[in-house]
Design a protein around this ligand. Structure first.
Ligand SMILES: *[C@@H]1O[C@H](CO)[C@@H](O)[C@H](O)[C@H]1NC(C)=O
Ligand SMILES: *[C@@H]1O[C@H](CO)[C@@H](O)[C@H](O)[C@H]1NC(C)=O
Ligand SMILES: *[C@@H]1O[C@H](CO)[C@@H](O)[C@H](O)[C@H]1NC(C)=O
Length: 471
């Protein structure tokens, strides 16, 4: 006891014999504070009420997150520039130009080379389980992971994570002068893992089509952002993806199914959902097994959201437009304590831009924009989503307070060498900008994505064991 007292910090309010006034002032302030907190909690959305109010800040796992890192980038201006970036010569080069310039002297900062690849099979004990966003990431065979624009399915039956994404392991080229940088369709890769860090290559579970020119998956077309969910009614794994032609005029969604998470997936069809153009998209399976599709529409000016049919193979007629005029893409949805959240990016092609977090009481909207969720890593990092674009948010089984944000650091000069930026995401604390109708009280919690050069999942976390019933 003595030891503890010795090290205790002096309290701010010292009440000696002569300061009864300040003591009563303190007591009344405390009462006032409690009333304010109570009022504040009444104004919060109803769905919070029944949930346990576990603040992540009190958990030891979050202590590391609060120590966000600053990136100090030394910016050298240079006389000689890559001919490909000569178009931008007149403008003062920005860090984003530098990022897009293959011959940039600071390229190593954004695209570190093989020397420090993340190799879970070789990383020493002290470096085990650490994520290094932006580094080359090797699978258990020692090959760079090819799962871009991807998403993760947690398969309860096998207690395994499956990561699906675009296999872009081919040459990058432009189909014509005005075309965007592209890689011919190879297919959708699948990787499996028990710890989200060590990934085994399962292979291509939905293949591109080499010969049939009229097929959606013909290699000259576009297949982006594949996502897989499990249907409990049909016992099928259902994959949705963005299907397009080389000029992005088809703007459709495609559907494929498999009876196993490791495929092979059978391609069914593509369509324009609700009759609208659809580009970046994702699907989301809610707690009640209802699934939804969310896609950028009306030339990426707004998002559309609507429930899927019970078998997840089609859209229903119900649809709402959300974030109208906000020009968002790359949606990644998740749910926390009854509230829906979404991370989106702006529309600037392969170039990175500022992420936004959005929240809604009902998945069908209305959706409110909360602001930029990125924290740390200096201004330019926050303004570019750490030089990446959102693709998915994973909720850790057994740790509902903890989310993993997945993003792609696209490399338009060589798309197969695009990197993965995975970072911890939490929901908690007040949103930056209180909304007008909430009387100045922030109605939503803040969504925070923390920059870390090196980080790991909460120590000791593992996939919960299946509950065995005691006989
Ligand atoms: C791991 O860290 C400990 C303590 O910092 C150190 O003594 C040890 O040498 C490290 N081991 C390796 C393999 O780097
Ligand atoms: C080519 O693909 C189209 C569209 O999927 C299909 O209708 C047609 O039967 C295929 N042709 C061949 C020869 O497989
Ligand atoms: C794509 O656009 C280019 C240039 O406008 C055109 O030559 C080509 O035929 C178009 N391709 C398709 C599949 O529409």
């Amino acid at each position: 006891m003595k030891m503890r007292n010795k090290h205790r910090k002096p309290t701010a309010l010292r009440c000696d014999a002569g300061s009864r006034c300040s003591l009563s002032f303190f007591v009344w302030s405390l009462v006032g504070c409690i009333l304010m907190i109570h009022l504040f909690s009444l104004l919060k959305p109803k769905s919070y009420e029944r949930e346990p109010q576990v603040r992540l800040n009190h958990l030891p796992v979050n202590r590391e997150l609060e120590e966000v890192e600053e990136e100090n980038i030394v910016f050298h201006s240079r006389s000689r520039r890559n001919p490909r970036s000569s178009k931008r010569k007149t403008k003062k080069p920005s860090l984003i130009d530098e990022f897009l310039d293959e011959s940039s002297q600071i390229r190593q900062l954004f695209f570190p080379d093989w020397r420090n690849a993340m190799d879970p099979m070789k990383m020493a004990e002290n470096d085990s389980m650490y994520f290094y966003p932006g580094r080359i990431w090797l699978d258990t065979d020692g090959n760079p992971i090819q799962a871009h624009g991807g998403g993760i399915l947690y398969d309860k039956k096998s207690a395994t994570f499956f990561w699906y994404g675009e296999n872009k392991d081919g040459p990058t080229f432009q189909a014509h002068k005005k075309g965007a940088a592209r890689v011919d369709i190879i297919g959708v890769s699948c990787y499996s893992s028990k710890d989200l860090w060590t990934w085994k290559n399962i292979g291509v579970v939905l293949r591109g089509e080499k010969y049939n020119l009229t097929h959606d998956l013909h290699e000259s077309n576009v297949l982006e952002r594949p996502k897989v969910i499990y249907n409990d009614l049909t016992n099928q794994y259902v994959m949705w993806m963005h299907i397009d032609d080389v000029n992005y005029t088809k703007a459709s969604v495609g559907v494929a199914i498999s009876s196993s998470p490791i495929g092979p997936f059978k391609y069914l069809h593509s369509k324009r959902p609700h009759g609208f153009d659809s580009r970046d998209m994702t699907i989301f399976k809610d707690d009640n097994n209802k699934a939804y599709i969310i896609y950028s529409s009306e030339d990426n000016s707004e998002l559309h959201i609507g429930p899927l049919t019970d078998d997840y193979l089609d859209v229903t007629r119900e649809m709402r437009t959300v974030l109208v005029g906000q020009k968002r893409e790359a949606p990644a949805l998740f749910k926390h304590m009854g509230t829906y959240y979404m991370i989106t990016s702006g529309c600037t092609g392969w170039a990175p831009n500022e992420a936004m977090a959005h929240a809604a009481e009902s998945i069908m909207g209305p959706w409110e924009t909360l602001g930029n969720p990125c924290i740390g890593g200096n201004g330019i990092f926050r303004a570019t989503t750490f030089f990446s674009q959102s693709t998915f948010v994973v909720q850790l089984p057994g740790l509902p307070e903890y989310f993993l944000f997945m993003a792609d650091r696209w490399n338009p000069a060589d798309l197969r060498d695009s990197r993965y930026v995975w970072l911890p995401l939490t929901v908690g604390g007040a949103a930056d900008e209180p909304l007008e109708y909430s009387f100045g009280f922030p109605l939503w919690s803040r969504v925070s994505i923390y920059w870390h050069r090196r980080w790991r999942l909460p120590q000791g976390w593992q996939i919960p064991r299946p509950n065995y019933r005691l006989g």
